[in-house]
Design a protein around this ligand. Structure first.
Ligand SMILES: NC(=O)C1=CN([C@@H]2O[C@H](COP(=O)(O)OP(=O)(O)OC[C@H]3O[C@@H](n4cnc5c(N)ncnc54)[C@H](O)[C@@H]3O)[C@@H](O)[C@H]2O)C=CC1
Ligand SMILES: O=C(O)[C@@H]1CCC=N1
Length: 264
């Protein structure tokens, strides 16, 4: 991302917890100048305090972009702190809070709603984004550039898709971490030492994910490629495949409906 304009005008980050700091780390590594960053957070972490960014100070009048990364439940308290901004693109990564809710607080403002995920901390996130009617092509490009600095970006046609995105890829890293935990425990149950089992499980998930991205073949074919007729994988999949799709469908559905409930 070319941060020249953002470095000149400034970037505001409202809320710098797990997700805000994951993204800030990515932007700083990608060329965002610490002196351009203004963070508002009542409980700044030690990491944040060591980054050389402005903390809880006065905001510039017209920063290029303000990223909203507080919990949806804190929104009512947090948003008034951005009221002085003019001509600033607002980019929210909060689950639940709708574009209409932001428009009530900031009438006429250009607003982009996005849903990233925590692998953004190592530049391997994926974010989905959608803008309101006031966003220009330049605004959308700026939001996409900011999100692309921490991973892949997809643009959505409509805001109502974001609940399903939240249930799939926003929350999804937690499902995969739990899969790693479960695979490691299963390896231990089969006699492996815990440290070795965790290493095997983690690298298997990471390697399979990387292969799925790099390969021209889809996941079904990649699965078939592992499965020798009447071999070990077939024996394992005969247990897994009747159960997993339904379980994952219920998991994503529960997270999607929670995202809808958080709407405000
Ligand atoms: N953690 C995740 O995997 C993802 C989180 N999100 C969204 O990102 C947002 C933040 O989530 P996390 O970083 O996980 O939460 P978090 O609790 O780690 O961070 C929230 C931060 O907001 C700060 N804060 C609280 N009140 C504030 C106020 N009045 N003004 C400014 N800052 C305030 C807190 O001190 C904290 O540092 C949420 O809306 C969540 O839906 C989106 C995608 C993934
Ligand atoms: O659990 C949550 O509500 C947030 C949104 C997506 C990931 N974490």
């Amino acid at each position: 991302m070319d941060f020249t304009n953002v470095n000149a005008r400034g970037l505001v980050l409202l809320g710098c917890g797990k997700m805000g700091s994951a993204m800030l780390a990515g932007w700083l590594a990608d060329g965002l100048s610490p002196s351009a960053v203004h963070v508002i957070d009542p409980a700044p972490s030690d990491w944040l305090q060591s980054q050389g960014v402005a903390l809880n100070g006065p905001l510039p009048p017209s920063p290029a972009i303000a990223i909203i990364a507080v919990k949806p439940q804190m929104m009512g308290q947090a948003l008034p702190q951005l009221q002085s901004l003019e001509n600033t693109l607002l980019l929210s990564i909060a689950a639940g809070t709708s574009i209409a809710a932001f428009e009530q607080h900031f009438p006429g403002a250009a607003i982009v709603r996005a849903m990233p995920n925590t692998p953004a901390a190592i530049g391997q996130g994926i974010s989905a984004m959608v803008g309101n009617a006031a966003t220009t092509a330049d605004d959308l490009d700026l939001a996409e550039g900011i999100l692309r600095a921490v991973g892949e970006v997809v643009r959505l046609d409509a805001e109502d898709q974001i609940d399903a995105v939240t249930g799939l890829s926003g929350s999804g890293p937690a499902y995969v971490f739990h899969l790693i935990e479960a695979m490691a425990a299963a390896g231990v149950a089969q006699g492996l030492d815990p440290e070795l089992a965790l290493k095997l499980a983690t690298h298997t998930v990471a390697g399979a994910g990387a292969l799925a991205i790099a390969s021209d073949e889809g996941p079904a074919q990649l699965r078939i490629n592992v499965t020798s007729p009447n071999g070990t994988t077939q024996a394992g999949l005969e247990v897994l495949m009747p159960e997993l799709p339904e379980l994952i469908a219920r998991t994503v559905a529960a997270a999607t409906s929670r995202s809808k409930e958080l709407k405000g």
